[in-house]
Design a protein around this ligand. Structure first.
Ligand SMILES: C[S@@+](CC[C@H](N)C(=O)[O-])C[C@H]1O[C@@H](n2cnc3c(N)ncnc32)[C@H](O)[C@@H]1O
Length: 470
């Protein structure tokens, strides 16, 4: 390994369904077609199937589970547990179907008017829980997390979680007020221009770009840019099909950067060269500053970096002088905090696949002479090599893999490293449950498990677990 730079949810009753409305949709569509067929005969399309469903528990991925009259499982988006809805089937596969709730016949008390209607049925992705009251979103995510822990992690892991008091998805700091709609939390968004050069997003699981009227989940600095609509002053800075990335900082002068194929722009639409974002957090009362290239990974929720860095610090429990290994270090969010906490007598080694992120991590840890940041794919060999750099078993190993999780092999090598303590950060309940299972089946005992809603209005959830070697 070559060092880069030294630096430092149903009601549990039977769900019912009734095919209906298909004719309703067909008649409408047929009327439209007649106008067109005067010129060009159209190939008849199968009518879109609609079903009346009693909606059951939430499944991982933002949909709830229902069964139609045939017993087929239907994943219903834009619904809530306990509701009866009319749902339009959007996709089918063997014995499964996916559907969007298009009419709610008996609303849940947890339903609210959507905070982002364009992410509703047949709309864009990225806001699939926008019709759910925030506290109910957290309950939804808690149910999914617990379900994944039991289904994928297994009974033994579920028992271990129960032995430590269970797990509940909490609100991020500042997100706890009951009436807060939790808008303006996302510090980074990805857009794409439609054929008219209006900024939009892809329809959920579709290539069609829907022009956005608003993006109320983005932080105010991004909303204030006025990116949307045919009179947006930004439209000349992109062309049809262009991808547009918009990223905000939480400190510094240049608070927003917009990248289009035509260049990099500040909030005044002036072309700039410096693609660095700046972020400041506080852990245990100590301030940490970061520079992060706008195209690199960074936590999306405006409090995400802070919440997770504090949680990793709590879980690591460093006192000074420890040896720490970190997998998937990104731009060094945790690395810098860990380096500060091990102090001069300790050592931190990290590995990350994105070269630019490692350059940022190196710069972010420059004040610490006890850190080595490495570029490399995290695989079985890399874990062994990284730990080898420490010369003996790590006191703490921190692992924050991408959504796919670390996987069985990497977890096996983590166990082989004989790290006394493992801190696992996960942004996917299924992958995280699988990784936790691998670790607990290979010599580790769960000490703590905390989870946060760092992605309000989506199904995503983040957790941090601490495990000790038995
Ligand atoms: C969830 S991010 C965590 C980054 C950092 N802990 C943070 O919170 O900012 C996962 C990181 O793993 C990196 N990554 C994804 N797959 C990888 C792989 N196979 N090998 C090495 N790094 C990888 C990504 O580039 C990303 O920086």
């Amino acid at each position: 390994m070559t060092p880069s730079r030294r630096s430092s949810r149903s009601p549990q009753g039977k769900a019912s369904s009734k095919a209906r409305g298909a004719q309703r949709g067909t008649a409408k569509a047929a009327g439209k077609k007649n106008a067109r067929t005067a010129q060009r005969p159209a190939r008849p399309r199968p009518p879109k199937e609609t079903l009346e469903l009693l909606v059951g528990e939430p499944a991982h991925g933002g949909a709830c589970v229902a069964r139609d009259d045939s017993g087929r499982v239907v994943f219903v988006r834009h619904a809530l547990p306990g509701e009866t809805v009319v749902a339009q089937v959007t996709a089918t596969q063997k014995t499964l179907a996916w559907a969007d709730a298009i009419e709610v016949l008996s609303p849940s008390p947890d339903r609210v008017p959507s905070v982002w209607p364009q992410a509703g049925p047949h709309g864009v992705g990225g806001g699939e829980l926008a019709h759910v009251a925030p506290a109910a979103q957290r309950q939804w995510k808690t149910d999914v997390l617990r379900g994944q822990i039991r289904r994928i992690g297994g009974e033994a892991l579920a028992d271990a979680v129960s032995d430590i008091g269970g797990v509940r998805v909490q609100a991020a700091p500042g997100d706890t007020a009951p009436d807060d709609p939790l808008l303006h939390r996302r510090s980074r968004i990805e857009l794409v221009a439609n054929q008219d050069s209006n900024a939009g997003m892809h329809r959920f699981r579709d290539r069609v770009v829907l022009p956005l009227k608003e993006m109320p989940l983005a932080v105010e600095d991004i909303v204030d840019l006025g990116l949307f609509g045919s009179d947006s002053p930004w439209r000349h800075l992109w062309s049809p099909k262009d991808r547009i990335r918009v990223v905000a900082s939480n400190t510094g002068d240049n608070r927003v950067l917009v990248r289009t194929p035509q260049g990099l722009f500040d909030a005044e639409r002036q072309m700039v060269e410096d693609d660095t974002c700046h972020w400041r957090i506080e852990v245990n009362g100590q301030t940490f500053d970061y520079r992060v290239r706008m195209d690199g990974f960074w936590q999306t929720h405006r409090e995400g970096a802070q919440v997770l860095a504090q949680a990793v610090s709590d879980a690591a429990g460093l006192r000074g002088g420890e040896k720490v290994a970190e997998l998937y270090s990104g731009a060094g969010l945790f690395t810098q905090v860990l380096a500060s906490q091990v102090g001069e007598k300790g050592r931190v080694v990290s590995v990350e696949g994105a070269e630019d992120a490692v350059a940022d991590a190196t710069a972010n840890c420059a004040a610490y002479g006890t850190v080595d940041t490495f570029v490399g794919a995290v695989d079985e060999g890399a874990v062994t090599d990284l730990v080898g750099e420490l010369g003996s078993a790590p006191d703490v190993l921190v692992c924050d893999p991408p959504r796919t999780g670390a996987g069985r092999e990497v977890c096996a090598r983590i166990a082989d490293s004989e790290a006394a303590r493992v801190v696992l950060v996960s942004c996917d309940p299924a992958a995280g449950a699988r990784d936790l299972r691998a670790l607990t089946e290979s010599g580790y005992e769960l000490e703590s498990l905390r989870a946060w809603d760092l992605f309000p209005h989506t199904h995503h959830v983040e957790f941090v677990a601490a495990l000790n070697r038995r």
